[in-house]
Design a protein around this ligand. Structure first.
Ligand SMILES: *Cc1c(COP(=O)(O)O)cnc(C)c1O
Length: 389
């Protein structure tokens, strides 16, 4: 397909536009209508059929970005995830999921699947062998996240895709952390790529949306459950997302280079015990990350030296904001122990390597030196406080 030969920034700016035939405007007009003529037309358009002009244009852009045949956009990342899973699973089926899942996905699996008679297993680790061990004759889906949250482990996409194919199962990935700029799982044989578009695709912390990208055949199957679950999004959000994606390539590349610089700075800092970033040669999965990622992403995490309180440290930051979400142009941090992984037992957290002092850092597009200066001043403050008290 010709569009796939274009570079990321060209796809971001040009592919999947609604042509303004009436006024020849530079950007897609927004069709803020939920009602379309149904007589004498080939396509019956309706927002919950996922086929309005703005939806179809955005889907073309996202499909091109993920080297996929087709795409669907949803009202949230969770709508995309739950709809895609329910399209491929039915009573009696089994699914294998990577242990280090996004909290919402984990919650969906453990609270909903049993109601439908679907069984599930979580892997112990993230190596291909860990997935193979959990396979059962009725396993229909293998679901991965790479890089993972919050320790940025890397799963071998090609190995998992092959394992799924051999077993007659569908392979799915949550590609949110990498974004399509840094990682295209379909090139490695993965069947269904899912995004929380709330994150890097939106990029400005102002939209909530989700997307799947896959073959036309899989898209049609997901569409069947999508029209039933009804997780479509407003036309205005679709339009905003198209606008946001135009700058995704330059945003994410700026975040890649900032994150690399920040990871290197933190690694050398004597107040930091550990840094987790796939771009660091010291990262356990660095070689695999190099093989399957074009950039190492804007997410990293680090552990402060024992005795330095992570929450106190974050309170002293002036530029970097504490935030539950991630992937905006602004830098944010959170403590997984206090937020995303608070419901998990201390024992389970320890098993996954999530310590009390761990901080997840979503690196924005600010000047690198300003981010470093902010961390420096917060460390100085917390150290003087720690000595005083
Ligand atoms: C945020 C997020 C989701 C869920 O997306 P929503 O848009 O909040 O529904 C899923 N996976 C990952 C990795 C996320 O970061």
């Amino acid at each position: 397909m010709n569009r796939q030969k274009k570079g990321v920034n060209t796809i971001c700016t040009h592919v999947g536009e609604v042509e303004d035939k009436q006024f020849k405007g530079a950007i897609s007009p927004l069709y803020m209508t939920s009602s379309y003529a149904f007589e004498d037309v080939d396509v019956k358009r309706y927002p919950r059929y996922f086929n309005t002009p703005n939806q179809e244009a955005l889907c073309e852009k996202i499909a091109a970005l993920e080297h996929a045949e087709a795409s669907l956009v949803f009202g949230s990342g969770m709508a995309a995830i739950s709809t895609a899973l329910m399209a491929f699973l039915q009573a009696g089926d089994h699914i294998v999921l990577q242990q280090t899942l996004y909290g919402g996905t984990y919650n969906f699996v453990v609270t909903q699947l049993e109601k439908y008679g679907i069984t599930y297993s979580f892997t112990e680790g993230w190596k291909a062998g860990d997935f193979e061990k959990e396979l059962r004759p009725n396993t229909k889906v293998i679901y991965i996240e790479t890089p993972s949250n919050p320790l940025l482990t890397i799963t071998d996409m090609k190995a998992v895709a092959q394992l799924a194919k051999k077993h007659g199962a569908v392979s799915m990935i949550d590609n949110t952390f990498a974004s399509p700029v840094n990682q295209n799982p379909i090139d490695f044989g993965i069947d269904v790529v899912i995004h929380s578009a709330t994150k890097y695709m939106g990029g400005h912390s102002d939209v909530c949306a989700g997307a799947v990208a896959c073959s036309k055949e899989h898209r049609d199957l997901i569409w069947q459950s999508a029209i039933c679950f009804g997780g479509s999004l407003s036309e205005y959000t679709v339009w905003l997302l198209e606008r946001s994606i135009k700058t995704m390539g330059i945003r994410v590349r700026a975040q890649n280079s900032n994150a690399m610089a920040l990871a290197a700075y933190l690694y050398k800092n004597e107040d930091v015990d550990a840094v987790y970033y796939p771009g660091l040669p010291t990262h356990a999965d660095h070689d695999l990350a190099k093989q399957q990622m074009k950039g190492f992403g804007g997410m990293l995490s680090f552990e402060l030296k024992a005795g330095l309180d992570a929450s106190e440290f974050m309170k002293f930051l002036k530029l970097i904001k504490p935030s539950m979400s991630l992937a905006g142009v602004e830098s944010t941090m959170l403590s997984p122990v206090k937020t995303s992984h608070a419901l998990m037992s201390a024992e389970d957290r320890a098993k996954q390597g999530i310590g009390d002092g761990l901080i997840r850092f979503s690196v924005g597009i600010e000047e690198t030196d300003d981010l470093i200066a902010d961390i420096e001043q917060a460390l100085e403050k917390i150290k003087s406080k720690t000595v005083l008290t």
